[in-house]
Design a protein around this ligand. Structure first.
Ligand code: PLP
Length: 450
């Protein structure tokens, strides 16, 4: 069958190697710009697609080779059959790679200070689990911050030790004395895995100090992994603080509209990403091109969304602190003031970490009710009119949920108590509605308790 003649833009593509759509690579030329600029410029060259300013969706499962020799070469590269010649394998099949996936991976690298490479996954959990299984052998040891998101907790508590022979130990990394103790008694560890702020208690860990201590106890061999979902690239830059891997549930702020599921793993070191990529290829958690396209649309607005959401969350936290039904608010933006008023050494330390490593407060707020019961929490949740009673976070709409019975329901009662996930703890994700409307809605719901 005669092939259709190529368009002028297609003719420009090299016959021997498929051009990556990206203009960024591991030596990222866009580093000169602010990440809010680079994230818009990175990942796509209009000239490769009829000069369309926005990338089309490459909704295809497979790609045609120019010749048999080229097909052989691409597979040799994808499966490292002749070692690593440093070249991209070219487009083969969408479980291995796809232009939309590569475009969004490059955009995410541009957004994350200190990152050199990234891999996209179909959920945050697949980013977490595939990365860990790719990097750690049986018999390895993980030290993880306590608490973590409920799904991550179950993977560490049940799956790692019982299915994969990986030992896991939780520790409250927000308290450096506890970290030091575990490193001394149980170390060294192959991986230190930290959520900061923690989901849902909003505890901050000093990432730089935790990374230094963990690496010091293992001659530099501990991989430091940060789940940066809550702060995003806008408010926290873990690679500048010593992280080796940064993980996101891109379902949250990077996606930003509660209309997709995705996850990302970023690294400084390309060899780590290559190992994880091999696992993604064979275990198969590669996202669909449509999801990658949606995410590349969303990530261009991540700065403006996260900054506006944080402004609104600050107004809400300041208003909630006056409400008589609330005992304590867990919100990084309130730490400087709380540490001055309450003067506990813990709050002073939390405020120090906030000042040191966060570029903003984010838009997640948890609060503990004075009436510390599930009944009281449900009374508030069921009285709201604007907030959606739903799990997840980081979207344009405000969400509210009860962690103990919802996102963290898989934790044992004793683990919930140890992590201070109380019956009367409520978590909100502030969206982009008017802060006045949101304050009015929360106030009328909380008023039911007084
Ligand atoms: C901090 C954090 N990490 C990871 C995940 C898992 O992400 P996903 O739901 O996209 O699999 C979540 C989900 O809520 C989360 O909050």
């Amino acid at each position: 069958m005669k092939k259709k003649s190529p368009t002028s833009a297609q003719k420009k593509r090299s016959a021997s190697t498929h051009d990556k759509h990206s203009v960024t690579d591991y030596k990222n030329p866009l580093r000169q710009y602010h990440p809010a600029t680079s994230v818009i410029l990175a990942g796509y060259r209009a000239g490769l697609s009829e000069y369309s300013v926005k990338a089309p969706v490459f909704r295809t499962s497979t790609f045609e080779f120019h010749s048999s020799k080229e097909g052989e070469l691409f597979f040799q590269r994808a499966y490292h059959l002749k070692g690593d010649d440093g070249k991209e394998p070219g487009l083969i099949y969408s479980r291995l790679n796809n232009p939309n996936i590569e475009i969004v991976e490059d955009k995410i690298v541009a957004a994350e200070k200190g990152a050199n490479c990234a891999l996209l996954f179909p959920s945050g959990m697949s980013a977490i689990t595939t990365s860990i299984l790719a990097l750690l052998p049986q018999g390895a040891k993980i030290l993880y911050s306590d608490p973590v998101y409920g799904g991550t907790y179950l993977f560490f508590k049940e799956f790692c030790p019982h299915r994969f022979g990986i030992k896991t130990i939780p520790v409250d990394t927000s308290q450096l004395s506890q970290l030091k103790k575990v490193l001394k008694t149980e170390g060294p560890f192959d991986m230190l895995y930290i959520e900061s702020p923690t989901n849902p208690t909003m505890r901050l860990s000093d990432i730089q100090e935790c990374a230094r201590l963990a690496k010091e106890s293992s001659n530099g061999n501990t991989l430091v992994v940060i789940d940066n979902t809550f702060m995003g690239p806008v408010f926290q830059q873990p690679f500048l603080l010593g992280a080796d891997l940064v993980i996101y549930s891109a379902t949250k702020f990077l996606g930003g509209h509660s209309d997709l599921l995705a996850g990302v793993c970023l690294a400084k070191d390309k060899s780590l990403i290559k190992k994880i990529q091999d696992y993604r290829t064979i275990l198969g958690p590669t996202p669909a091109p449509d999801v990658a396209w949606l995410l590349s649309r969303s990530i261009e607005t991540v700065w403006v969304r996260m900054q506006r959401q944080a402004e609104k969350a600050t107004k809400i936290a300041n208003s909630l602190k006056k409400h008589p039904a609330i005992e304590h608010i867990f919100y990084p933006g309130l730490l400087p003031e709380q540490s001055k008023k309450i003067k506990s050494s813990d709050l002073i330390e939390q405020a120090r970490i906030f000042k040191k490593q966060c570029l903003g407060p984010g838009s997640l707020i948890s609060f503990k009710l004075k009436n510390n019961t599930r009944q009281a929490a449900y009374t508030v949740l069921d009285a709201l009119k604007i907030f959606h009673l739903a799990v997840s976070l980081g979207g344009t709409e405000s969400l509210i949920q009860h962690p103990r019975s919802m996102t963290h329901a898989d934790m044992t009662p004793s683990d919930l108590d140890r992590a201070h996930i109380y019956e009367g703890l409520i978590r909100i994700s502030v969206g982009l509605e008017s802060s006045e409307d949101l304050i009015e809605d929360l106030t009328q719901a909380l008023d039911h308790l007084i």
